[in-house]
Design a protein around this ligand. Sequence first.
Ligand code: ATP
Ligand code: MG
Length: 579
Amino acid sequence: MSNTDGLKGDGDNPVAGATSDGERSLNFIEQIIEEDNRNGRWGGRVHTRFPPEPNGYLHIGHAKSFCLNFGLAGKYGGQCNLRFDDTNPVKEEHEYVEAIKQDIRWLGFDIDDRILFGSDYFEQMYEWAVRLIKAGKAYVCDLNAEQIREYRGTLTQPGRNCPCRDRSLEESLDLFRRMRAGEFPDGSRTLRAKIDMTSPNLNMRDPVMYRILHAEHHRTGDTWCIYPMYDWAHGNEDSIEGITHSICTLEFENHRPLYDWFLDALDVHHPQQIEFARLELTHTVMSKRKMLELVTGGHVAGWDDPRMPTLSGLRRRGYTPESIRNFCERIGVSKVNSRVDLALLEHCLREHLNRVAPRVMGVLRPLRVVIENYPDDQTEELEAINNPEDESAGTRVVPFSKVLYIEQGDFLEDPPRKFFRLAPGREVRLRYAYFITCREAIKDDTGNVIELRCTYDPATRGGNAPDGRRVKGTLHWVSATHAVDTEVRLYDHLFTEQNPGDVPDGCDWKDGLNPKSLEVLTGCKVEPSVSQGTPGTRYQFERNGYFCIDPDSTVDRLVFNRTVTLKDRWAKMAKKTVK
Ligand code: ATP
Ligand code: MG
């Protein structure tokens, strides 16, 4: 069975994203796989896995890893497991498991028949640990954590053997059995691999395989009071599942000798570990530890705050799964760490939303306009195009009446030369409606313009003058009596700096948080067609960007998130480079 079976919709294959697969050259992992297939290393099998630790929500970096693993399996007719690496009972929670599944489904992958849990292999891992003890390759050590650190040495100094290293197999076996039986307190003993305390690679200096921890596990309850360490558990899990290519991020490169040592020592199925560069984005932090700190510290409203790089945050912000998969395909995989410009992600988003988001008119900062020569009680229904990029999206009607709202920024009393919008005496087009001319600006006591008195030209219905008269500006607008009153949340970068992780000594990375990353506007006026939307519905508000209805909306109060503005910095940069 091919894993692409699980992908919703044919044209949705993430490996066939922006650059179609036929066009681009093979990435280095594909080259390894094709070489393996040529020489029959795995019998032509490709079996990958995506192994999240359920200690936080997935972010866009995880999406890169997931799309890569799932995409490779699909491309080579193989399989990809979703495996929860749930070997640490203290940090893991059921809530995260559910959120991760939901996020992956939302991305467009059907993995329901391939959901596995590392904790299901605890018994097997234990037996394999016993096997290593019996082979003289592991021993129970009585040092505590601090002593272990002391004995380990440093990058410049070799480590020292601990006295327990030479205890008999029988004694280690007996102690390990009693560790499991719960006879010893937390942290009092460990099981360690007997490798080489003088190895230049610190990971090889008799790494801990098991620690004692009397803690409830979200799946195994209190069955276990010893838990396997990551390096031991991970290779075991890969081997048990028959993984062929175990793809992980670069920081595990110097763990690979240990991964290999364990599997060689056990003499079991031995996948190949391959490392690639993790995704980092500008203006964003992506470690779960840091994201958790933002959440618990109240710097954001939660894991799904629309400013977060989590998939739940991006979803709430209005990102489409297609745009994220496309982005993951475009950035490719490499061996060199780099930071991808957030503008590229936004570019992928705009590109998709431009095709699929219906256009509506919404005024964020309303200024009242009264059309003096328009009949008091008249309403007209004007035809508007839903999406100029997609004829099949059809048209809708937009009500027009005597009192309207336009954007405050579309009027200036004393405009500079290049300002083509409204000003006293100026004529502009109201989109899909009429030409209007500003006759007078009404001010409040403090001199703020609060209302414009205008006239319209009835001959320009639909937005064109029969006499061929031209206007330079076209404004969006809504009819006051028909408008839906909404709250709109505007977002900016969560961090002001491009690389928020790079902080000078003595500074906190959180100091880089952008105090203006959220701006809430109330009293925004949107055309009535949006009242049919539900949370998650996306629109383009003409001239203002793409917006999405937030789940905070209630029956009588619509809340919109601005997903992204219309200005495409990436497209501009790309154009410049082409020239
Ligand atoms: P973090 O450092 O954000 O806490 P993690 O590596 O601890 O992430 P895991 O749950 O262990 O998170 O990750 C699951 C998989 O996703 C791993 O294979 C990991 O290598 C990969 N992954 C995590 N972050 C990124 C990233 N930024 N880019 C690409 N892959 C990533
Ligand atoms: Mg990890």
